[in-house]
Design a protein around this ligand. Structure first.
Ligand SMILES: Cc1cc2nc3c(=O)[nH]c(=O)nc-3n(C[C@H](O)[C@H](O)[C@H](O)COP(=O)(O)O)c2cc1C
Length: 193
């Protein structure tokens, strides 16, 4: 059984909405247990991260970067970094923001850098934007064209607003892909050992 933690912050519920879809996608992969964790709850006991095989990081983009609470979570892992206790774990990231770009890439780069400093292995969002193959823009998987990590668009209002169906589908695919990569890598390591 492989354990994945989806760690997110959401000020207004939109990132949480997408985090739950990432969880659903990952849970569809055999022998995978997925836990949804609010980043704020992890800062007091970051050592709990050691129990997981992989992390999907999720933050809204606020002023072109991760949100304050998500950065606090990242900073709370300094001790784990010094001891390199998360080295070799898998990581991926996603972000939600109001504008099509909205500087979401900066947020993903911050998550990627965090993962690299910890010695983790980064998993991207390997889906060709479907609008190139006849699917309407709103319904297309990876319609925002992000491979570094998953991007979704949501306005300032509370969850329940209508999200682009393509973004909802992308979140599930992204979670499923992460769990599949984790399963494949584990199988290869066990084969070599
Ligand atoms: C303080 C603040 C800063 C924001 N900065 C950006 C931004 O840089 N780019 C953008 O596209 N949207 C920005 N937004 C909009 C949010 O990213 C968007 O509403 C998102 O859905 C919020 O996610 P949440 O509901 O999980 O908090 C900002 C919102 C807030 C409250």
């Amino acid at each position: 059984m492989k354990n994945i933690a989806v760690i997110y912050h959401s000020g207004h519920g939109n990132t949480e909405h997408f985090a739950r879809l990432v969880v659903a996608g990952a849970q569809g992969v055999a022998d995978t247990e997925v836990t949804l964790l609010a980043a704020e709850t992890m800062t007091t006991n970051p050592s709990a991260l050691i129990d997981y095989d992989g992390y999907v990081l999720g933050s809204p983009t606020y002023l072109g970067g991760v949100s304050g609470p998500f950065k606090s979570f990242m900073d709370s892992t300094g001790g784990l970094w010094r001891r390199q206790q998360l080295k070799g774990k898998l990581a991926a990231g996603f972000t939600v923001s109001a504008l099509p770009s909205g500087d979401k890439q900066s947020t993903l780069i911050s998550m990627f850098t965090f993962a690299m400093q910890h010695g983790m292995i980064w998993v991207g969002n390997p889906f060709l934007p479907e609008q190139g193959s006849g699917v309407t823009y709103e319904h297309a998987i990876n319609r925002l064209g992000s491979w570094t990590g998953m991007m979704a668009q949501a306005g300032h209002s509370a969850p329940g607003q209508s999200y682009a169906p393509g973004d909802l589908r992308t979140a599930e695919c992204f979670g499923r892909n992460f769990a599949q990569v984790l399963a494949r890598m584990t199988a290869q390591v066990e084969e070599v050992a």
